[in-house]
Design a protein around this ligand. Structure first.
Ligand code: NAI
Ligand code: 15L
Length: 275
């Protein structure tokens, strides 16, 4: 498929920085948006990028930001637990504002960064149990996870009512390396993240599709078939990190509530958004 011009929201964040580095090699031209200024990529001459500093609360700025793009990769928002009021503003109203801008400007597709925390209270499968399907009931573990449920439902509404396509990616943990035993199951390598976002941007006729976002981990908990149906072919597996992490941290303990559910410690003591 032809390269796409893509608005990347949340471009100053951790995942935004990784995707900013990796998506151009899949042929995409990026326009970057964040509420904090997006600096130059350290140590690397980036390809030509347009940069917009704007809050998701600013409807006029969002309209301008989406004007002329083929698609939006929507990563901006609060990425950990916070007060309901802050989550409401950034993630719920912010995502609504973005979809309204997309509708008004005739953009055809969004890739929405949902999260495993939309289903965080789902018990993690044990050995031999079936993988968690994408249509498992939502069980958000935080107001943060609840905002991702809202985003998925908003995406469904904008497909059914307005014909705007979305792939909602329930991302596990996308960081350069897995750092916990739980992440052995939910890790998405940055390179696989870019492969998945590329597939989500280019697959035909996605309507509203929900996928899990992870590598092909040996200890996988969920079903990647809806992601593979988009053309995603994960190349990475966290298993080479397993021996060291298990030696340091021990195996997951079925009696430890932090280890009982997909959402891990978000179900017991969620990390808080610092701002
Ligand atoms: P991050 O916290 O590093 O980046 C989020 C970015 O959004 C920040 O640069 C922040 O300035 C920006 N932002 C926050 N509120 C905004 C607003 N009102 N207007 C404009 N920009 C705003 O988070 P990270 O890890 O990069 O995650 C990106 C997205 O992916 C988030 O939506 C997160 O919920 C989702 N996600 C990430 C996972 C991961 O493993 N990194 C796992 C699951 C979901
Ligand atoms: C998320 O949704 C967070 O945004 C990310 O920072 C990680 O904590 C990830 O989930 C996870 O579950 O590890």
């Amino acid at each position: 498929p032809a390269p796409r011009t893509v608005l990347l929201t949340g471009a100053a964040g951790g995942l935004g920085t990784l995707m900013r580095e990796l998506l151009p090699s899949h042929g995409h031209t990026l326009r970057l948006l964040d509420v904090v200024p997006v600096g130059p990529l350290p140590g690397r001459e980036g390809p030509a990028e347009e940069v917009i500093t704007a809050d998701l609360a600013d409807r006029d700025a969002l309209r301008e930001a989406v004007r002329g793009v083929d698609a939006v990769v929507h990563l901006a928002g609060i990425s950990l637990e916070s007060s309901f009021e802050k989550i409401l503003k950034a993630n719920i109203e912010g995502t609504y504002n973005l979809y309204e801008a997309v509708r008004e400007e005739g953009v055809r597709r969004v890739v929405f960064a949902s999260s495993n925390h939309a289903i965080g209270y789902t018990p993690r499968p044990g050995d031999g149990d079936p993988l968690i399907p994408v249509d498992t009931p939502r069980r958000p573990d935080t107001f943060y996870g609840l905002s991702k449920c809202f985003g998925e439902d908003l995406a469904q509404l904008y497909w059914d009512r307005h014909g705007i396509e979305t792939v909602s990616v329930r991302i596990g943990s996308c960081f350069p390396e897995p750092t916990t035993v739980r992440m052995l199951s939910v890790w998405m390598s940055p390179a696989d993240g870019a492969r998945l976002f590329h597939a989500a941007l280019t697959a035909p006729d996605v309507g509203h599709t929900v996928v899990y976002g992870s590598s092909a981990n040996t200890r996988l908990w969920w079903d990647l078939s809806s992601a593979r149906a988009l053309g995603y072919e994960p190349q990475d597996d966290s298993e080479p990190y397993a021996a060291k992490l298990i030696a340091e941290q021990g195996e997951l303990d079925p009696d430890n509530p932090d280890h009982a559910c997909l959402g891990g410690h978000f179900t017991t003591n969620p990390p808080r958004w610092p701002h």
